[in-house]
Design a protein around this ligand. Structure first.
Ligand code: ATP
Ligand code: MG
Length: 402
C-alpha cells in the first residue's frame, strides 16, 4: 500500500483508487510524470473521500490525449487549457499538463497560460498551501509550501505573497472563505490581511463566479465563522450588497438542510422577498433559485402552532414548504412538531400533484391558455384545502366556474 510517511501516525496514507492509479501507470509507462494534485490530495490527507480526482502530468495535452486514446475514452474539451478528461471505469478523471499562469493584468484571468515540465512550478501557481501539494507513488508527497503542516494546524495560507496572489485573481478571496467554511479551517493572519487589502478586486469578478463560491460557502459544514469573517473584513458587501442577516440566522445556517435554495431562504430571512429577490438577481441566480429562496423566506416567517397554520405555510411556500417550515422552526416561529404537520399533510404543491391533468380539462372543453390558468387556480385551491384534491370535486368546481 502506498504511504506518504510510514512513521507519521497522524496523517492517513494516500491510497489512490484503482481506476485513478491505472491512469498514472499508463502515463509513467510512457515516460511521463503523473501526480495526484489539488483538492483530491488534500481530502485524502484529511481522511475524507474526494468527490473527484485530478492528475497533473508532464505530458503536453495533445500527447496525453494520444497516450490514452487507444484504450480509453478521451474527452478533449479542455485541451486548450491543458486539460484532458479520461474516462476510467466509467468515471471521469481530469489530467492537466503542468502549467504556469502568465501575468494577470485584469485581476481575473492570466494573460497567457504556458506549460512547463516542472511540477513545482505548477504547484506555485495554486491558491492555498493545502491545495498546492502533489503525490506520486514513486517519490511520495511533494509539499514545497508546507501544506501538510497547515492541514494539521487547520490553516488556509496563500501560496507566496498574499497581496500579489489576491490581486492576480480576486476570486481566491472567496475561495479562502469557502474552503474555511467547508474544511472548518482558519484563514492565516497574513493571508487575511492580504484579503483586506485586495477585496476591491472582487468588483471585477463575474457575478456568476461569485455566486458559485457563495453558494458553496452557504451549503458548507460550518458557514458561520466564514460569514462573520467576511462581514467583519468588509468582504460581504462585494457579494450581496448592503444586506447582512442577524447573528441568530448566521448561527442557524449549519442546521438547515445543505441545499442552495434552503440555505439562501434562511440567509435572507432577515429581509422581505422583494429585497431578497433583487439581491439574488444581482448574483445572476436562476429564476427557479430566486423563486425557491423567496418561498422559503416567506414561509419561514409563518407562525405555525396548529396543523391549520401548517396548511397556510404550505399555501405560501408551495413545493418549498418542507424547507420553509424547517427555517420557521429554526427561527423560533414554529413548533418543532410543525415539520411533521407539513410533511404528513403531504399537501399538493405542484401541478403534477393535482388529481386532474391538462388532458382532463381538454376533455371538458377548456382550450388554449385557459388550461394552464385553470390548473393554477385549482392548485391554489387545493393548497389551501387538500381535501379538495379529488378528480370529481375538481371537475365540479370547474363546472361551477371555480
Ligand atoms: P473542490 O473541488 O473540493 O471544491 P478543489 O481544491 O479541488 O476543491 P477546484 O476549484 O476543483 O478546487 O480546483 C482544483 C485545484 O486547482 C485547487 O486545489 C487549486 O490547487 C487550483 N485552483 C483552482 N482555482 C484556483 C485559483 N483561482 N487560483 C489558484 N489556484 C486555483
Ligand atoms: Mg476539485
Amino acid at each position: 500500500m502506498p504511504s506518504i510517511n510510514k512513521t507519521d501516525g497522524q496523517m492517513p496514507s494516500i491510497v489512490l483508487p484503482e481506476y485513478v492509479r491505472a491512469l498514472t501507470e499508463v502515463l509513467e509507462a510512457a515516460g511521463e510524470e503523473a501526480y495526484l494534485v489539488g483538492g483530491s490530495l488534500r481530502d485524502l490527507l484529511l481522511g475524507q473521500v474526494p468527490h473527484d480526482y485530478d492528475l497533473a502530468t508532464s505530458a503536453p495535452p495533445r500527447r496525453t490525449a494520444d497516450i490514452f486514446s487507444e484504450e480509453y475514452r478521451v474527452i478533449e474539451t479542455g485541451l486548450k487549457h491543458g486539460t484532458v478528461t479520461v474516462l476510467s471505469e466509467g468515471k471521469p478523471v481530469e489530467i492537466t499538463t503542468f502549467r504556469i499562469d502568465g501575468s494577470y493584468t485584469d485581476g481575473r484571468h492570466p494573460d497567457a497560460v504556458s506549460f512547463t515540465d516542472r511540477i513545482v512550478d505548477d504547484l506555485s501557481r495554486r491558491d492555498f498551501t493545502v491545495n498546492a501539494m502533489a503525490y506520486r507513488d514513486k517519490t511520495g508527497l511533494l509539499d514545497p509550501f508546507g501544506g501538510r503542516a497547515d492541514l494539521t494546524d487547520r490553516l488556509l495560507r496563500a501560496v507566496g505573497e498574499p497581496v500579489r496572489r489576491f490581486s492576480e485573481d480576486a476570486l481566491r478571496i472567496l475561495r479562502a472563505f469557502r474552503f474555511s467554511a467547508q474544511l472548518g479551517f482558519v484563514i492565516e493572519e497574513a493571508t487575511l490581511e492580504g484579503i483586506g487589502r485586495c477585496k476591491e478586486g472582487l468588483e471585477r469578478i463575474a457575478k456568476e463566479r461569485i455566486a458559485a463560491e457563495f453558494l458553496k460557502l452557504l451549503c458548507a459544514k460550518s458557514p458561520a465563522p466564514a460569514l462573520r469573517a467576511m462581514r467583519d473584513g468588509g468582504v460581504l458587501p462585494y457579494v450581496i450588497g448592503d444586506y447582512c442577516p442577524k447573528e441568530a440566522i448566521i448561527d442557524k445556517l449549519a442546521t438547515m438542510p445543505a441545499e442552495d435554495t434552503a440555505r439562501l431562504g434562511l440567509f435572507f430571512a432577515d429581509t422581505d422577498t422583494a429585497r431578497a429577490a433583487e439581491l439574488l438577481r444581482g448574483l445572476r441566480l436562476s429564476n427557479k433559485q430566486i423563486t425557491g429562496a423567496c418561498a422559503v423566506l416567506r414561509g419561514s416567517a409563518y407562525e405555525v402552532r396548529t396543523p391549520a397554520d401548517a396548511r397556510r405555510l404550505i399555501a405560501a411556500s408551495g413545493v418549498w414548504a418542507s424547507m420553509a417550515v424547517r427555517a420557521a422552526v429554526l427561527l423560533g416561529n414554529a413548533e418543532a412538531e410543525a415539520i411533521g404537520w407539513v410533511e404528513k399533510n403531504n399537501a399538493p404543491c405542484q401541478l403534477s400533484d393535482l388529481a386532474i391533468s391538462g388532458r382532463d380539462l381538454l376533455a371538458v372543453g377548456i382550450r388554449g391558455k385557459d388550461v394552464g390558468k385553470t390548473l393554477l387556480e385549482l392548485l391554489s385551491a387545493v393548497m389551501n384545502d387538500p381535501s379538495l384534491n379529488q378528480k370529481e370535486l375538481l371537475l365540479e368546481m370547474i363546472k361551477k366556474g371555480l
